[in-house]
Design a protein. Sequence first.
Length: 661
Amino acid sequence: MKAQERWTEVNDRYLSATVSAIRLQLQRMAGAQESDPADEKLARMRREIAELERHEPPPALSLLADRLGLSAFDRNVLALCMAVELDTRMAGLCALAQGEPGKTYPTFALAFALFDNPDWSAMSPHSALRHWRLLEISQPGAQSLAGAALSVDERIVNYLKGLNYLDDRITPLVDRLRADAAGEGPGGRSLPPSQQQLVDRILAGARPSRETGKMPVIELLGHGASAKRLIAGRVAGSLGLHLYGIEVNALPAQLGDFETFTRLWTRESLLMPLALYVDAGRSENLDATPLRRFLERNAGLVFLDIEEAGSGPATYRHSFEVGKPTRGEQEQLWLEALGEAGREQAGRLADQFSFDQDVIARLAGPAGGAEGQLWRSCRLEARAGMERLARRVDAKAHWDQLVLPPEQKNLLRQITHQVRCRTVVYETWGFRERMNRGLGISALFAGESGTGKTMAAEVIANDLDLDLYCIDLSGVVSKYIGETEKNLRKLFDAAEDSGAIIFFDEADALFGKRSEIKDSHDRYANIEINYLLQRMESYRGVAILATNMKSALDQAFVRRLRFIVDFPFPGAEERMAIWRHIFPAGTPLDQDFDFGRLARLNLAGGNIHNVAINAAFLAARENSPVTMPLVLSAARDEFRKLERPARDSDFSWQGSLEAVL
């Protein structure tokens, strides 16, 4: 604090001496001072000014001149205009010195006459004074530029007084990012080792170009915006810079506004310790936006948040892949938040969800040690990325509702066991160290429509207490080249973060066989399948594919699947079990209900469900229990819908005698 007070004192003395020297020069020019005493006094003032300029750090005007590249004459012009702001007597002296009562303001013409070694290039639009918008020029009508009124930009007036703040014309467009994210002050938390190593690598490369002297654009790749902001903040904090953020679409589109913003931000980054974080993660055609021009002309440190390498503008840049803390680091973060009593819970949470440290701290705080509540909070937090890309299924089915042969049920239970035991096998037993792919759990459910594939996916989701998302192929597949791959990448990235189960219904439409290349359409279709093959193999979550046409799948997909569960058409015994469980406990059933007779109807589980629902509505309309005639009538309609041949006698009911027989 004492150093700041000392600098303020020096700066005030410097401004006072500078104003006094200019006032004396104007008085001498206007004839209000005799030359010899004025020259001696002026020389004394200049010696004082030179002495104050040797202070470390130097006064604000010296700093500004050095950082913005002002010439000696530029500096004198700025000092003249500043003197008018600080001394009310200067306006009258300007009028006297220029010989016109109305010219109570400084002009370029006055500066040319007042100072030694005048430089006419100071009036050029490319001069430092005008390029950096240090002066405001009032030039009405046919007024010449040399005679136009000059004044100092308000931001620069305050800077020269020692008040350093972000220009008011910029503040509506940018936001100051959190101090704790930037590592400023005691609020900054330590980073996990993997992220700290990345910060150190970025710091090692954050050096000006030898050719241009400009700082590189730091490209932060990946889809984890929170982690990228944290990394950028920590790098900026390590360099002593304040980090501000802007959305790429917030850059002014109009040329004049864009030019003003670019020059003012670059000026601010030279006058203040600033860095800019540009969020362009989901934007398209970045090279065609004002961003490219801004990056080419800005000299300060810029972090560019984009999803993939090569999508940003072609500039001097360094690219870094930013990920969330590793699985082990997340477990440690959960453990620190929950305490030793939550060690087992920390491992389970780290296995299933992928969160940044700030999210972990936020979720663990209110939930405390309540495992069920914390798990639900994590599910809700993780849904955000998937809600835009897939349809969440409200899973309600349980194991006792699923009617399958023992072999198939055993395979389904193996899937849930493997999800629960991933930590032991991959981490404790070391399999992760030997595997760089195939860490996810993928399964194919194959069988005719209605045999229980979707219900089985619901059962697994319920058993694991996870969200289930059904992938809408119409939102993934695109006729435009490259769009399908982009959609798939977004889908898989969001799914890995969410910890949810993804369910591809009618998977043969997406995972079909590669074809012989006959035209460009075939070539790009095969590229999509190849990408999907690679992405499925690197996916670390739980993926379930369902198909009615197992033979239509590409064999390369089949090889990459850990489980293949064939759902057979239910036999009479399975159909009997399905009928017995199909009606909820609250449904009134007639006492003559014959499940054996219904089991003889050759229907799959999905069709049986349709029959039961339709029969219930028929009963509700008649305000009666669900009776065998109503169920058989609904079954007849289902057979007609399926276009299956059937005899009317198959749907007739003889009453309680038939049930007894």
